[in-house]
Design a protein around this ligand. Structure first.
Ligand code: MN
Length: 246
């Protein structure tokens, strides 16, 4: 039976010109949905809720949790004041996702975290972030905000041997797309860095004490149709979620 994969989403608001009509929405890129469905999961988008009981019910229902991309995490949530180069933040999304992630970690629900997701996962475990790579890691000269197509693998990533990521990819190097201006700084409790770009920016983290808690700084949901390494991340995650229910 297909495991149920909870997928987090973004908040968007627009005002219709010439009116006072305000439209608030939760949105999700279809790449996440399609990749999970392709990999054998049943995707279920989780809207932004406030009530803890809703989050408890979600965690109980889910076989796996996919943390998706989006805006920057509020730095106050990891003990920093906002840097001048911080992007947009969404405090209510942060609070919902941090509670969801902590409860999923406590319950050992398989977690796969993408881009903003790796940052949420790290902060949920007590870690911190670089708020802006260009401003805070001056020795980094790599372009982490690529201008090519979403599926294009623009930089190299070195993978730590014998890690979960290594077992999934089957090699110690891969190429990834890159659409981020932030990165993992201090690791969350129990997490190890298992991939780095050539400028040492962390591109993946995982927890060896959970059955599957893996974050990547790149966007495999934009690559899986063309790149087997990106595809294998989703299939390994869904397989772990399948085993979760047994
Ligand atoms: Mn990158």
């Amino acid at each position: 039976m297909r495991p149920v994969i909870g997928i987090t989403c973004s908040y968007a608001v627009s005002v219709t010109e010439g009116t006072l009509h305000i439209s608030e929405r939760n949105e999700i890129g279809l790449g996440y949905i399609r990749a999970v469905e392709y990999a054998g999961g049943a995707p279920l988008v989780l809207p932004h809720v406030q009530d803890s009981e809703c989050i408890d019910r979600y965690v109980g229902l889910l076989d796996g949790l996919l943390l998706t991309g989006g805006v920057d995490v509020d730095p106050l949530l990891y003990g920093q004041e906002p840097h001048a180069e911080i992007g947009s933040v969404d405090r209510s999304r942060d609070e919902m996702e941090l509670e969801l992630t902590r409860k999923a970690l406590d319950g050992d629900v398989p977690i796969f975290a993408i881009c903003r997701g790796i940052q949420v996962l790290n902060v949920a475990a007590g870690g911190t972030l670089y708020q802006d790579i260009a401003a805070e890691i001056p020795q980094s000269t790599l372009r982490h905000s690529q201008k090519g197509a979403g599926w294009y693998a623009s930089h190299t990533v070195d993978i730590q041997p014998d890690s979960l990521l290594h077992r999934i990819i089957g090699g110690i190097t891969t190429r990834t797309n890159s659409f981020h201006h932030q990165a993992v700084r201090d690791l969350g409790k129990g997490f190890i860095a298992t991939a780095q770009a050539k400028d040492s920016v962390i591109e993946a983290i995982e927890s060896p004490t959970h059955r599957f808690a893996l974050g990547v700084q790149y966007h495999p949901e934009l690559m899986w149709e063309r790149h087997p390494d990106a595809r294998s991340l989703f299939t390994a995650f869904v397989k772990a979620a399948m085993a979760n229910g047994i």
